[in-house]
Design a protein around this ligand. Structure first.
Ligand code: GAR
Length: 198
């Protein structure tokens, strides 16, 4: 059984999907902690409701804006909680340094597009769906992938396509991509890594 640490920044609907699928889809791991880089993240409430320990580590307020210190503090917390596999579930800060080398091949991210489209620096959250709609593509989706030093550049684990519909707004499309893709493939990818199938 692997110990899973989840990093979040916001609403935490992907975290909720992971919590809900423990024991069914996720059989080879269990969530042992949730860490947020924002004190107001609603995902922290979801974790507390599920009885999962939480911690807030903020780049500016706690680490003086120092990216390396921010990563070092997260890494320290993950080790303290004996985390084996890290999941970025709507974590909107860039990771680097010690954390990436220490957990190489054991960090999973969910991105709300079909990589290599609409990804990389600056593509996060609603911005991704805005770019998708303004380009006019007819199919989008989500990608679960391993994290390396290149933003959204690590090995792809799973992808799922979602159709764009007439009248979509970024908000409507974001919700459909979450429901039809992210909440399904993220728990599956986490199980793949925990079960050593990657
Ligand atoms: C999700 O759509 C996730 O794919 C995206 O942020 C949202 C977080 O929602 N992540 C990225 O854009 C990463 N580049 P949530 O907090 O409700 O899970």
């Amino acid at each position: 059984m692997k110990n899973i640490g989840v990093l979040i920044s916001g609403g935490g609907t992907n975290l909720q999907a992971l919590i809900d699928k423990q024991g069914s889809v996720i059989k080879s791991g269990r969530i042992v902690c949730v860490c947020s880089n924002s004190a107001g993240a609603y995902g922290l409430e979801r974790a507390k409701k599920a009885g999962v320990p939480t911690k807030v580590i903020r780049k500016n307020a706690d680490c003086g804006g120092d990216v390396l210190e921010f990563n070092r503090r997260i890494c320290e917390y993950m080790k303290e909680m004996k985390v084996d596999v890290i999941v970025l579930a709507g974590f909107l800060a860039i990771l680097g340094g010690e954390l990436l080398s220490e957990y190489a091949g054991r960090i999973i991210n969910i991105h709300p597009s079909l990589i290599p489209s609409f990804c990389g620096d600056g593509f996060y959250g609603l911005k991704v769906h805005e770019a998708v709609l303004s380009y006019g593509v007819k199919v989008t989706g989500a990608t679960a992938h391993l994290v390396n030093e290149i933003t959204d550049g690590g090995r792809i684990l799973l992808q799922k396509a979602v159709y764009i519909k007439d009248g979509d707004t970024p908000e409507i499309l974001q919700k459909r991509v979450m429901e039809q893709a992210e909440w399904i493939i993220l728990p599956e990818a986490v199980e793949m890594v925990c079960a050593g199938k990657v």
